[in-house]
Design a protein around this ligand. Structure first.
Ligand SMILES: Cc1cc2nc3c(=O)[nH]c(=O)nc-3n(C[C@H](O)[C@H](O)[C@H](O)COP(=O)(O)OP(=O)(O)OC[C@H]3O[C@@H](n4cnc5c(N)ncnc54)[C@H](O)[C@@H]3O)c2cc1C
Length: 511
């Protein structure tokens, strides 16, 4: 039996893994987590996917249990600013496209209206809620869409059927602290110490990790949650890392925590603002904003990036401390090698755009439970895990490359360079087709990677990579049903804007 798991690292990845394994397996598996008090976690303000709900529900946590302790707020969408030229914006919401007569409203919008810049507001309710800074919940706690309230229980990403309409922003360091308390209560052995060495047998499998003050920690399965270091997987086991820098240029970030002058102006969305050499995130937490400039050091120095971020997000606040971060962009060739599984930044990271880091962690730990080994360490089970993880990461990579390729923005050396890089053939094919029609599912990355077809369509149209002419079939169809759907979107949006409290009002009621 494999019943002794040692996790190295106490960031979001380490504690999400520890609490999830304990919830799944209870006392049948013992979990030890060792983390350094000296080496900090990444700890920038964090945005998530709507599917993170499965994680909290699996652990049996209500929003009221954890949100107030993590400065958490709601995220209904990402607002992309200046990506199709200065002064423009559009939303990528958590909302599927409606369909009329077998064609999505995106197709109908391009046929009836023709302007891809207004597509989001005509096809989705969410942009209206974002502009009005609404909460997705009524003051009594009910959700603005029916049928989606109530816990999902112990369900996983594989069982996601409906599109839940929001995700969260939270302080990742506070979430890790909250999960520490929970994990310890569940029976996780928490060791605060530095790992100084890794013991391996003649096959290279890990027998123990050495610590400064607690001696060797032995285990059957070791989970590497040491962040970009990859102390076990890359350091001890020498697994190779595949960089994505050939297609995704950003390799650095600088972050600032900025107090928000007017608390009531909390936005229920993440903002991604295009800049000369990358983009700036604004993540509104309850009480402050997390901001950061993600850039390529080929086109911008860290000093320039910090100056740009300060001028953008915190003019006159030179007292705020900037956190400069070097990012390792790509994935391990294999995330599971021998008896070591890497989860979190030690496994893969594709850059902060579209907030996929914590989603990767959630996916990895669900798959770890599904592929949990026995003494035989079945290589097919391990290969199966590695394939799932690689496919998720590669799909996100393609989706993010699309962001840089589909935008017409080419006004600085950085944006011009994003158009010159080699892209996967599948993506090149998709872009070619998308210039003539709104693409359907069959053209998109075919494996699960967290993004649904509506996300790809939203980014293509939002960024301005839209078909020059509508689908011919639509000129022969009666548009009445589509027009009724557009009217329903508009009427629904007006009704909800009037009925829902502001994000600030609702969050204050639970914090
Ligand atoms: C700039 C940036 C922005 C991001 N934004 C988002 C976002 O908006 N949304 C999102 O989902 N994800 C985001 N991510 C990704 C997200 O931050 C990570 O996926 C997440 O925080 C998990 O980090 P981690 O736990 O893997 O690593 P870390 O936070 O780096 O934790 C590493 C842990 O390992 C420990 N450790 C290291 N070496 C040793 C040792 N020798 N002995 C003992 N312990 C050791 C450290 O003490 C620490 O506890 C972002 C990442 C970056 C870089």
């Amino acid at each position: 039996m494999i019943n002794n798991v040692v996790i190295v690292g106490g960031g979001t990845a380490g504690w999400m893994t520890a609490t999830y394994l304990k919830t799944a397996f209870g006392d049948r598996v013992s979990v030890t987590l060792v983390e350094s008090a000296r080496i900090p976690t990444i700890g920038v303000g964090e945005a998530t996917f709507s599917t993170i709900r499965h994680f909290f529900d699996y652990l049996g946590l209500d929003e009221q249990d954890w949100m107030p302790q993590c400065a958490a707020s709601y995220k209904l969408a990402i607002r992309f600013e200046n990506w199709r030229g200065d002064g423009t914006h559009f939303y990528h919401p958590f909302e599927r496209l409606r369909v009329a007569d077998g064609f999505t409203l995106a197709d109908w919008h391009m046929a009836l209206n023709g302007d891809s810049a207004t597509f989001d507001r005509h096809c989705y309710v969410t942009p209206w809620l974002c502009e009005a800074r609404r909460s997705p919940r009524l003051l009594g706690g009910g959700l603005f869409v029916s049928g989606l309230d109530g816990s999902l229980g112990r369900s996983t990403l594989d069982e996601q059927r409906a599109q839940f309409p929001y995700a969260y922003h939270f302080d990742a360091a506070q979430l890790a602290r909250f999960l520490t308390g929970l994990g310890v209560k569940m029976g996780v052995r928490h060791v605060l110490d530095d790992v100084t060495g890794v013991g391996q047998d003649e096959r290279g499998w890990i027998t123990h990790v050495d610590t400064k003050e607690h001696g060797p920690l032995t285990g059957d399965l070791f989970v590497d949650c040491t962040g970009f270091r990859g102390l076990l997987i890359n350091g001890a086991l020498g697994e190779s890392f595949m960089s994505f820098q050939d297609v995704l240029p950003n390799n650095r970030a600088v972050a600032l925590r900025v107090p928000r002058a007017e608390q009531e102006l909390i936005n229920p969305y993440t903002t991604a603002s295009a800049m000369d050499a990358g983009w700036i995130w604004t993540i509104p937490l309850y009480g402050r904003n997390g901001t950061g400039y993600v850039y390529s050091d080929e086109f911008c120095t860290p000093e320039e990036a910090e100056r740009t971020l300060r001028a953008f997000a915190a003019p006159g606040r030179d007292d705020l401390e900037a956190n400069h971060i070097r990012m390792r962009i790509g994935r391990n060739h294999r995330s599971w090698v021998g008896n070591c599984v890497a989860v979190g930044l030690s496994s893969a990271f594709v850059e902060p755009l579209e907030s996929t880091g914590i989603f990767f962690i959630q996916h990895a730990i669900e798959q770890l439970v599904k592929h949990f080994p026995d003494q035989s360490w079945d290589p097919l089970l391990i290969d199966g895990y590695n394939e799932k993880v690689a496919r998720v990461v590669d799909g996100v990579k393609e989706f993010l490359v699309l962001h840089y390729r589909a935008t017409a923005r080419a006004d600085t050396p950085y944006w011009r360079e994003t158009k010159l890089r080699k892209i996967p053939q599948t993506l090149a094919d998709l872009l070619e087709v998308a210039a003539t029609r709104v693409p359907d599912e069959s053209l998109l990355y075919p494996y699960y990677h967290g993004f649904e077809p509506y996300s790809w369509i939203t980014m293509l149209l939002g960024l301005g990579h839209a078909p020059a002419t509508p689908r011919p079939a639509l000129s022969h169809l009666d548009p009445a049903r589509a027009q009724a759907e557009f009217a329903a979107v508009r009427a629904g949006a007006e009704r909800m804007v009037a009925a829902l409290p502001s994000a600030h009002e609702y969050l204050t009621s639970i914090h």
